[in-house]
Design a protein around this ligand. Structure first.
Ligand SMILES: Nc1nc2c(ncn2[C@@H]2O[C@H](COP(=O)(O)OP(=O)(O)OP(=O)(O)O)[C@@H](O)[C@H]2O)c(=O)[nH]1
Ligand SMILES: [Mg+2]
Length: 387
């Protein structure tokens, strides 16, 4: 099954960062996937692209040739890609069956300009199952009017790009820093798009502060828009903190559900003849062990808004331990680590280690010597204290 994942969204919403994150995550779970740049103005690519559309068309060259500004240049360049769709097809034929394309952020592309929908139609005919990820910076939660217009943006996106769509509130780890600690509702109110009538008083307060707002006309418009969103009933949000493994896993699960990958019975075979399940064993195992794979939004709120500092500290300690285990930090003997830990905790009696050897170190040394004495022994493995 060929799957095309397309993150779209306003400039700065996190498309390239997510594309990079998906490349790293897919690599970590050994799932074959190609990443490519579809943004003719992207001069800061954080990932390793399988191909780069700037080999075909470069926005600076278009701007000069057609005497256009940066926005017009990108739209023109997208039309050039559409006109050279064979080039794109050839590049895609060299890619893995799952492809992530990183497009430009011009809103026109997902609202009324026709180049992107036409390109997608063509790729759909090639057999790609397309999933659009509508990304929105989670800062939109900090103003009721921004949140409401984001809901409308998601609906407009569905009209223009009629494919399975996953709406994502990005940078959720940043929400607290941009005012998310004082939101009038819990995170699930926003992600599950719960009874929006409750939003009306907050909208009224916000609009009353402007010279044109606050009239009954505005109130009626707010009510009509809210009814439209609720009657439509198709908008909900995933959340994303791109550097958080749980968050990425949860999003990938949502993408797989939208693309039908989770239901797909046919699996690819790699060069060694192994199936994707063999290759992506971590992911396959996670999916098969009754793990729902979805992060509860209440946990997301606790992690990133309510108790962010506490969890950051916990995570820092876990990373430190992982790094030490992987040998990334200078190795200390277990006995030294125990002494250091005891000192840090202010223990009354801490045995001094300089030149002395405690019970564990003596045991380790003896064992290492025995190992070395054995034919072929390296003495490399450490003894751990039994508890
Ligand atoms: N804290 C945090 N920052 C993020 C996250 N995702 C993206 N960012 C930051 O947001 C900024 C914009 O991200 P990009 O990935 O360049 O956004 P884009 O949508 O590709 O932007 P354009 O290509 O200009 O349309 C960068 O500084 C990223 O580091 C996230 O999950 N958490
Ligand atoms: Mg980008």
């Amino acid at each position: 099954m060929r799957t095309l994942i397309l993150p779209v969204g306003p400039p700065g919403s996190g498309k390239s960062t997510l594309t990079n994150g998906l490349q790293q995550f897919m690599t970590a779970i050994a799932r074959p996937c190609s990443i490519a740049n579809l943004d003719p103005a992207n001069d800061n690519i954080p990932y390793q692209p399988a191909f780069d559309v700037r080999e075909l068309v470069n926005v600076e060259e278009v701007m000069e040739r057609e005497e256009l500004g940066p926005n017009g240049g990108v739209l023109w360049a997208m039309e050039e890609i559409e006109a050279n769709i064979d080039w794109l097809e050839e590049r895609l034929n060299e890619c893995e069956d799952t492809v992530v394309l990183d497009p430009p952020g011009q809103p026109e592309l997902t609202i009324h300009h026709m180049a992107l929908p036409r390109i997608l139609q063509r790729l759909e005919r090639l057999g790609y199952r397309i999933v659009v990820l509508q990304l929105l910076d989670s800062v939109v939660l900090t103003r009721p009017s921004l949140y409401l217009s984001s809901l409308l943006l998601c609906i407009r996106g569905m009209l223009h790009l009629p494919y399975p769509m996953v709406n994502v509130l990005t940078k959720i780890d940043n929400l607290k820093a941009v005012g998310g600690a004082d939101l009038p509702f819990n995170l699930d109110f926003y992600t599950e798009v719960q009874d929006l009538q409750h939003l009306l008083p907050a909208l009224a307060v916000e609009q009353a502060a402007t010279s044109a707002g606050g009239s009954t006309k505005w109130e009626r418009m707010n009510e009509a828009l809210i009814d439209l969103v609720q009657d439509f009933g198709l908008v909900g949000f995933e959340t994303l903190a791109v550097e958080d493994r749980g968050s990425m896993a949860s999003l990938l699960r949502a993408i797989d559900r939208a693309s039908g990958f989770v239901l797909s019975t046919t699996r690819n075979v790699d060069e060694a003849g192994r199936t994707v399940e063999d290759e992506a064993s971590v992911w396959a195992q996670a999916m098969s062990e009754n793990w729902t794979g979805k992060m509860d939004v209440r946990d997301v709120q606790e992690r990133w808004v309510d108790r962010r500092e506490e969890y950051d500290e916990l995570e820092r300690k876990e990373w430190e331990a992982e790094a030490r285990m992987a040998g990334a930090l200078p190795e200390v003997s277990a006995a030294e680590a125990v002494r250091k830990h005891a000192k840090e905790r202010g223990a009354e009696y801490v045995p001094e280690g300089e030149g002395e050897e405690d019970e564990l170190e003596a045991e380790q040394r003896k064992w290492a010597e025995q190992q070395k004495a054995k034919p072929g022994g390296s003495g490399g493995t450490k003894v751990t204290r039994k508890t």
